[in-house]
Write a protein that binds this ligand. Structure first.
Ligand code: PMP
Length: 413
């Protein structure tokens, strides 16, 4: 590790926080480079899950008894932590969901009940994860609205001039990601939002790959909706967030009916609870919601700026090492503004074959289309090999990847 890295972060100390990293896979020390799919959990997060069940497990918002109040307080305190983390105006604008996919489906289903219909247009981009494409396609099928797509250039960046042309008074919603999971492209979301707002359209930002890597300010962005998943920010699976502006959430009908989301129920008429409960039917993922707050505290204890700077260093180092080692390397996605994801191919070798050999050498990468088939169609490839870094990864691990790839190439060429 060089001195500039150690000046930013004490990586050895950070790695001590992650028990899972200290194991061997196939007789080699694990190198975990599949962080864009899911991140590992620090011990404070693992302990917080256990603590919850050992000390305050109880249903929330219902009981007058001690445990229920404790669980409710912890759950709502975590909502407030998310609010601060995203700089939302109020905690009621922070809805707990199962994750990014669930958040997007909530918006699509709710808006589909009369707020988007025949003649309206929804704009997505070619850079989207399937979870920010399919719910909108389903909505278009049901409602008669039309789906429009912002294309990408050869670097994997959005073609903003085409976006400007796609926008019109028919546009009701623009749904794009903040950062592409397949290519690492950081999209100019503030500009995208401002342009949509000029036409009176709402904007949903899929922040699944942004919240793990950088500070997000929903008010500064002026996002109408912003969502992310707990498991990608060092927290539990099955929990995520949908931020929405109050006046929009208030105008939207509920997505699911059930307990928690009502004010009064009779067979003649049911009235709904206020925000955020109107959109949180049923018993929520209580432990997940609480521990999401622990994960956010953990990230903040390291520092979001330090994380972003260190990961940029890993990205630059990894890109340079791979380019130097393999003359027939093809990096898919070379956006000017990019996070710590390297998607690549070497020669004509199928990424899956290489991924299997890397696994034998203890290195976890992802191979395939990364739930972004339209990107693969654009580049006319079946998929890529993707190494995605988190702040607990190191340059020596990248060196191991390069050495393992050399072996794989020798075997497969
Ligand atoms: N959007 C992006 C950009 C993603 O990377 C992912 C997860 N790979 C998702 C959406 C879906 O997230 P989840 O599976 O946690 O709902």
């Amino acid at each position: 590790m060089n001195s500039s890295e150690t000046a930013l972060l004490d990586i050895d100390k950070i790695r001590e926080d992650f028990p899972i990293l200290h194991q061997e896979v196939n007789g080699r020390p694990l190198v975990y480079f599949d962080n864009a799919a899911s991140t590992q959990k620090p011990k404070v997060v693992i302990d917080a899950i256990s603590d919850y069940y050992q000390s305050i497990n109880s249903n929330v918002h219902r009981g007058v008894h001690h445990l229920s109040q404790k669980a409710t307080d912890a759950f709502e305190a975590s909502r407030e932590k998310v609010r601060v983390h995203l700089n939302a105006a109020e905690a009621a604008e922070v809805l707990f969901t199962k994750g990014t996919t669930d958040s997007i489906n909530l918006v699509a289903n709710s808006l589909g009940q009369g707020m988007i219909g025949e003649g309206d247009e929804i704009i997505v981009s070619q850079l989207e994860h399937h979870s920010n494409i399919v719910p909108w396609q389903m909505l278009c099928e049901r409602s008669g609205a039309k789906l429009k797509v912002i294309p990408i250039n050869e670097k994997g960046e959005l073609r903003m001039e085409v976006y400007a042309d796609l926008l019109s008074s028919k546009t009701k919603l623009v749904a794009v990601n903040h950062i592409s999971n397949a290519l690492g492209t950081i999209n100019p979301v503030k500009e995208i939002i401002a342009m949509a707002h000029e036409k009176g359209a709402m904007v949903l930002i899929d922040g699944a790959q942004a919240v793990p890597h950088l500070a997000v300010d929903v008010q500064d962005l002026d996002a109408d909706f912003y969502c992310f998943s707990g498991h990608k920010i060092f927290g539990p699976t099955g929990i995520g967030v949908l931020y929405g502006k109050r006046h929009i959430l208030e105008a939207m009908p509920p997505y699911q009916g059930g307990g928690e989301m009502i004010a009064e129920v009779s067979f003649e008429k049911t009235t709904y609870a206020g925000l955020p409960h109107k959109f949180e039917a049923g018993t929520p993922h209580i432990e997940g919601g609480i521990v999401l707050g622990t994960a956010i505290d953990y990230m903040n204890s390291i520092g979001l700026d330090a994380i972003a700077a260190y990961e940029k260093e890993l990205l630059e180092y990894g890109t340079a090492q791979l380019k130097a080692a393999f003359p027939d390397l093809r990096i898919i996605g070379e956006a000017e503004d990019k996070t710590s994801v390297i998607s690549f191919l070497i020669g004509a070798i199928h990424p899956y074959d290489m991924g299997v050999i890397l696994d034998k050498l203890g290195i976890a990468v992802r191979t395939g289309h990364h739930c972004t088939q339209p990107i693969m169609q654009h580049f006319d490839i079946p998929g890529t090999l993707r190494a995605s870094f988190a702040f607990y990864n190191t340059k020596p691990e990248i060196d191991k990847l390069v050495e393992a790839l050399k072996k794989a190439v020798a075997m497969l060429s």
